[in-house]
Design a binder for this molecule. Structure first.
Ligand SMILES: Nc1nc2c(ncn2[C@@H]2O[C@H](COP(=O)(O)OP(=O)(O)OP(=O)(O)O)[C@@H](O)[C@H]2O)c(=O)[nH]1
Ligand SMILES: [Mg+2]
Length: 297
C-alpha cells in the first residue's frame, strides 16, 4: 500500500512538472479511483456536447489552433461513448486533431466510459484539477450528447457549447435530453452544407419559444473556418448567471447520485427482488439509502 502511495505522489510531482507520460498515467490512476486531493483553483473549463458525428472534434481542433496561436495551452478530455465504434473514434479524434496535437500546447486524452457503469462523475473534477495544476490554461471536455449520463458530464464544466448539425432529427433529440437548457452557446456546424441554415433557424425559433435569450447561436464550419472567431469570442465572454449554475449543480448532483446508485454493491439483488415483486420501488430506494449510509460508517 505504502509503495503505491509513493508511486502516486511521484507521478503527481512529475506530471505537475510537465511530463506528459506521467500526466497520462496519473489520469489512468484517477480513473481507478485515486484522488490526488489537489486544492480547487479557478480553472477555465468548456464542455462540448452534441449528437454523434456533428463535428465536435473537428470544431474543437479548429478552435484549438486559434487558442494556441494566442498563446494558450489547451487540454481536451474526449469522453468516449460505449459504442462499438469507440476504439476507432479515439484514434479518429486524435488524428483529426493531430495538426496541433503534436505541439507542446495541446494535450488530448480519451476516456472510455464503458469501464465506468456509474459514469465519470467521480473522476472528472480530480482530472480537471490535475490538468489545471499542470498548467493547462483551457480545459475542454468533449462528450457525445446522446444520453443523459453523457450530457451530464458537461455540467462539470463552467461553460457548455452544444454543437448541432444540419440534420433536424438531432435537434429533437437534443431538446428531449434537455441539453438546450444546459447550453450557454450553440454552434450549428457544417454551415458549408446548405441545410445547416434550417437547423439554425429552428434552434432560434425554439429558443424564442422558451425565452432562453442568454444563449448565443452561431452558424459555423469547422471545415472551412467560417464563424470560428466569433464563436470563440462568444465562448470567451460567456458568463454564468446564478440560476444557470443551479441547473448545472442539479445535473452534477443527479450525476453523482446515479454513480452511487449504480455502484451499490447489492444492486443486482435489489433488481431481482423488484423483478419478483418481493419489494416495491419505494422499499428498494430506502434500502439503497440505508446501504449507502452504512457503507460510510
Ligand atoms: N461538411 C462538413 N463536414 C464536417 C465539418 N466538421 C466536421 N465535419 C465532418 O464530420 C464528420 C464527423 O466529424 P467529427 O469531428 O468526428 O464529429 P464528432 O461530433 O466529434 O463525432 P463523435 O465524436 O464520433 O460523436 C467528419 O467526417 C468530419 O470531417 C464541417 O464544418 N463541414
Ligand atoms: Mg468526436
Amino acid at each position: 500500500m505504502a509503495l503505491v502511495l509513493i508511486e502516486d505522489s511521484e507521478l503527481l510531482e512529475s506530471a505537475l512538472r510537465g511530463d506528459r507520460r506521467s500526466l497520462g498515467k496519473l489520469i489512468s490512476r484517477i480513473e481507478l479511483g485515486f484522488n490526488p486531493g489537489l486544492k480547487k483553483s479557478k480553472t477555465w473549463t468548456l464542455g462540448v456536447t452534441g449528437p454523434p458525428g456533428v463535428g465536435k472534434s473537428t470544431l474543437i481542433g479548429s478552435m484549438i489552433s486559434e487558442w494556441v496561436r494566442r498563446g494558450e495551452r489547451v487540454a481536451v478530455l474526449a469522453v468516449d461513448p460505449s459504442s462499438p465504434k469507440s476504439g476507432g473514434a479515439l484514434l479518429g479524434d486524435r488524428m483529426r486533431m493531430q495538426g496541433s496535437d503534436s505541439s507542446d500546447s495541446v494535450y488530448v486524452r480519451s476516456i472510455a466510459t464503458r469501464n465506468h457503469p456509474g459514469g465519470l462523475s467521480y473522476f472528472i473534477d480530480p482530472m480537471i484539477d490535475v490538468l489545471a495544476a499542470a498548467g493547462w490554461s483551457k480545459i475542454i471536455i468533449e462528450t457525445v450528447g446522446s444520453g443523459q449520463s453523457q450530457t451530464r458530464i458537461a455540467a462539470f464544466t463552467d461553460r457548455i457549447l452544444l454543437v448541432e448539425g444540419p440534420d433536424r432529427g438531432d435537434i429533437i433529440q437534443a431538446e428531449k435530453a434537455g441539453i438546450i437548457e444546459l447550453a450557454d452557446i450553440i454552434a450549428i456546424n457544417k454551415s458549408d452544407i446548405p441545410s445547416a441554415k434550417e437547423t439554425f433557424d429552428s434552434i432560434i425559433y425554439s429558443l424564442d419559444m422558451s425565452k432562453s435569450s442568454n444563449v448565443d447561436v452561431h452558424l459555423v464550419s469547422a471545415l472551412n473556418g467560417d464563424g470560428i472567431i466569433s464563436l470563440i469570442a462568444s465562448i470567451e465572454k460567456c458568463h454564468n448567471y446564478e440560476d444557470e449554475n443551479f441547473i448545472r449543480l442539479k445535473e452534477r448532483l443527479l450525476s453523482f447520485w446515479d454513480s452511487r446508485l449504480l455502484s451499490y454493491p447489492d444492486l443486482n439483488d435489489l433488481l431481482e427482488q423488484l423483478n419478483t415483486g418481493t419489494i416495491t420501488l419505494d422499499e428498494a430506494s430506502d434500502m439503497v439509502c440505508k446501504g449507502l449510509l452504512e457503507e460510510e460508517i
